[in-house]
Design a protein around this ligand. Structure first.
Ligand SMILES: Cc1cc2nc3c(=O)[nH]c(=O)nc-3n(C[C@H](O)[C@H](O)[C@H](O)COP(=O)(O)OP(=O)(O)OC[C@H]3O[C@@H](n4cnc5c(N)ncnc54)[C@H](O)[C@@H]3O)c2cc1C
Length: 318
C-alpha cells in the first residue's frame, strides 16, 4: 500500500541535535506486520540509551512521541503518525544470559525469539514462550506478551524505562502493574532494558520445549501472512475466536482485509488493503459479535496515527 502523501515537515528543525538518526516522512508500511499505514512525520533511531535520554530531555514538550518495536501488534492508520516515532534498533538489542544465576538481561530492541534462543543455549529455562511472540522486548513489556501459559509478568525481575523528560526509572514487575495484555506504566515511557528470571535446565530440554511451541504455532496460526496477531482480547471466561466464529465472521472480508480462515481472531492483509479497511473490518466483527452474543470485544491490537483525509486519498490516486 502506498504511504499517504504529506506536506514537507519542518519538525526536524525544532528537534535537538542527536548522535542517532532522524528521518522525515519515514514509511511505516514497510515496518509494520500488517504492511499498512502512513509515514512517521519524523522517525528517530537513537544511537544508544544516553542519546535517547538526552533527546527526551531536550525535545519540545508539544511534540507528540510514539515508540514502536517491530509493529507486530500495531495498526498504523493511513494518515501516518504526527510528531516523532522512536524506533529502538541494534544499539538496544543486546542479550546477555547468566547461566550461573539463571537470569538474562536484554535490551528493549532485542527480538523476543532471539532472547528465547539465547536463553535456551545458556541453559536458562522458563523464557521459552517468547519464541512464539514475534515482537521486541519493549513491545512485550508494554503488552505483557505471553502464550502457552506464561507471560512477561511471570519472568520480569527488573525493567528500566525513560520518562518523557529522559529520567531513568527502575521497576520491578509489581511496579509495572502488568495486566492482561497491558501494563500500567505511563504511555510516554520508553522501556530500554529488562532482566528476566529463569531457572537452570539442560539446553537440550529447553530446546525441545521451544520446538514444541513453534510447531504448535505453525499448526494453529497464519504466521506467513501480513497480520497483527490476535485482534481482540479474550473477554472474561470466553475466547474471542469462538465468539467471532459463532457470529459467522470467519472469512469475512472488506477489500483485501480478511478475517483469517485458519484463526478467526487474526485479521490479514491479503495485499493492497488500507489500514482503514482493516480497522473497519475489525469494527464490523465487533458489531456482529455484540449483536449475536451480547459481548463487546476489546481491541488487543494497538491502533495509532491519523485517519487519512479524503483530500489526501484523492491526491494519492492521481
Ligand atoms: C503472527 C503473530 C502472533 C502473535 N502472537 C502473540 C502471542 O502469542 N502473544 C502475545 O502476547 N502477542 C502476540 N502477538 C502480538 C505482538 O507480537 C506482541 O504484542 C508484541 O509484544 C509486540 O511487540 P512489538 O515490538 O512488535 O511492539 P509494537 O507492535 O511495535 O508496539 C506495541 C505496543 O508496544 C509499545 N512499545 C513498543 N516498544 C516499546 C518500548 N521500548 N517501550 C515502551 N513501549 C513500547 C508501542 O508503543 C505499542 O503501544 C502476535 C503477533 C503476530 C503478528
Amino acid at each position: 500500500m502506498m504511504a499517504a502523501a504529506r506536506r514537507p515537515s519542518t519538525l526536524i528543525d525544532r528537534l535537538p541535535p542527536v548522535r542517532g538518526r532522524y528521518t522525515a516522512n519515514a514509511p511505516l508500511d514497510r515496518v509494520t506486520w500488517f504492511r499498512v499505514g502512513g509515514p512517521a512525520e519524523v522517525m528517530f533511531r537513537p544511537a544508544d540509551r544516553d542519546d535517547l535520554a538526552a533527546f527526551l530531555a531536550a525535545c519540545p514538550a508539544d511534540v507528540p512521541l510514539t515508540v514502536i518495536g517491530v509493529g507486530s501488534n500495531l495498526l498504523v492508520r493511513d494518515g501516518g503518525i504526527a510528531g516523532v516515532v522512536v524506533r529502538l534498533g541494534g544499539p538496544f538489542a543486546s542479550i546477555e544470559p547468566d547461566s550461573v544465576r539463571a537470569v538474562l538481561t536484554a535490551g528493549a530492541g532485542a527480538l523476543d525469539a532471539n532472547v528465547a534462543l539465547v536463553a535456551a543455549e545458556a541453559g536458562v529455562a522458563g523464557i521459552e514462550f517468547l519464541v512464539g511472540v514475534p515482537g521486541t522486548i519493549g513491545g512485550a513489556l508494554r503488552m505483557n506478551a505471553g502464550c502457552y501459559g506464561a507471560e512477561m509478568k511471570d519472568v520480569v525481575s527488573r525493567a528500566v524505562a525513560l520518562d518523557r523528560q529522559g529520567r531513568t526509572h527502575e521497576m520491578t514487575a509489581a511496579d509495572i502493574g502488568f495486566g492482561y495484555r497491558r501494563s500500567k506504566v505511563p504511555p510516554g515511557w520508553i522501556f530500554t532494558s529488562v532482566t528476566l528470571d529463569g531457572r537452570s535446565d539442560q539446553p537440550a530440554a529447553i530446546t525441545r520445549h521451544l520446538e514444541a511451541i513453534r510447531a504448535e504455532r505453525e499448526a494453529s496460526q497464519p504466521l506467513r501472512t501480513h497480520t497483527g496477531g490476535s485482534t481482540f482480547k479474550n473477554p472474561p471466561g470466553a475466547k474471542a475466536w469462538e465468539l467471532i466464529d459463532r457470529a459467522g465472521c470467519r472469512g469475512l472480508h472488506r477489500g483485501a482485509a480478511v478475517v483469517s480462515e485458519k484463526h478467526c481472531n487474526f485479521l490479514i492483509n491479503e495485499g493492497g488493503a488500507r489500514a482503514a479497511d482493516l480497522e473497519a473490518l475489525g469494527e464490523e466483527v465487533r458489531r456482529r459479535v455484540a449483536a449475536s452474543t451480547g459481548t463487546a470485544l476489546e481491541w488487543e491490537i494497538v491502533r495509532v496515527g491519523e485517519h487519512q483525509s479524503p483530500l489526501a486519498a484523492v491526491e494519492e490516486a492521481r
